[in-house]
Design a protein around this ligand. Sequence first.
Ligand SMILES: Nc1ncnc2c1ncn2[C@@H]1O[C@H](COP(=O)(O)OP(=O)(O)O)[C@@H](O)[C@H]1O
Ligand SMILES: [Mg+2]
Length: 437
Amino acid sequence: MTGYPSAEDYIRAVQRPDLVFDRPELAEARFDVHPMLKIPVPASGTTAVVFRATVGGTAQALRFFTREDASTQQRYTALNAWFTERDLTGDVANCRWVDDAILVNGRRWPMVQMEWVDGRTLDRHVEDLVETDDRAALETLAGSWRDLLRRIQAARFAHGDLQHGNVLVDTAGRLRLVDFDSSWITPFTGSPPPSEGGHRNYQPEKRLWGPWMDTFPGLVVYLSLLALAREPNQWEQFNDGENLLFRHRDYLPPHRTQAWSWVERLHDPQIDGLAARLRACCAPGWTATGDLEGLIAEPVPWWTRTAAHPPAGAPPEPGPTTAPPRPRPQPGPRPTGQPMWWQQPTGPQPGPTQPPPTQPAPARAAVAGRVLRAVVTALAWVFGSVLIAGALVSLASSNNTVIAALPALVLALIVLGLVLVVRRRRRRRRQPPGKAP
Ligand SMILES: Nc1ncnc2c1ncn2[C@@H]1O[C@H](COP(=O)(O)OP(=O)(O)O)[C@@H](O)[C@H]1O
Ligand SMILES: [Mg+2]
């Protein structure tokens, strides 16, 4: 057996803790069951499934891997020690690696045992605040987020995959981080980076594993929360279940997506400054070299101050060019078939309250063609009518000039015939295929 057990394998296994666990406290664990299905149902991400169980009288999160991961006992032990030493225990879910914890598919697998955080993921929490139009709470949340970043970065801990699913908001409103598979602490300096590169809706193009990898996603979340605090109803338009407001394609130049247009329309100096800063961080080759506080304090390059008119070939900011780690596979449905930046329309995309776009060049040409055809048809009608009238007058005025009037009459009939043929062909072209003219 080489592959990791599936979520279903773990669901089956934990229904008999007495058989699959060796340790007495785990063998006696009581797993929460789904109220309808009456079996343990885990929360899951991309790498693991997490069950809530009561172990030794306290609620615990038991996390089992469903695929290969760089996590090891040594890494998790070092991380947990760092959390205690650096006073981060209130900001993270404390964790412990348990080797050979569970028997599934004929062999034993490791587990991460954590304190259970009673709360919701960041996106669910934000959704509730948006639905109740609680702008003050969204603003407060943005401030708490910035404070959290300040603390963890000062403590030289980098989470490595900051995104809505790895941030829990507990019942007291405190932010707590989970899922440390990609994390970095000072003792990991020089060790090889894990294969996970973080959720791509929160990561820059080039992401270096190290102390400052939370700076970019930190800014993404901070800006998103502040922007939503100004105008909560945009959540419905931009949240796709795998982000807050921004998605991977928003980080690609020339930043003319709807999300940027909307942020710009808020006309809020603080948001404008942060948005310009984020665009600057999207420049090819940019890599974080400091913390979020330092980044926010820096002046932004002039060419990022408005999304609407970035200059062609805007200069990339200098930074290390080490190859980025393999991008993390996305949980859930991923937006597919999105145009790359060079395939996007050149003008700003129409936003929710944007005025209708001006007519593009092909539409203007079509209108000009229609006007020209109408003028030609009108002239032909006038010319034909004059000729017919002339012929009739000639016939009436002289009995002997019938023969002389005939050429004019024939010419008039030919012109009229031509006009009718042209009109008929145009009408047929406009008819949908399959329908009789
Ligand atoms: N300590 C915890 N307390 C409560 N819920 C948790 C805890 N750890 C994880 N979860 C829930 O489980 C989900 C998946 O866990 P996570 O560790 O992020 O797995 P993955 O690596 O697969 O993303 C989280 O989004 C969260 O909802
Ligand atoms: Mg996760």
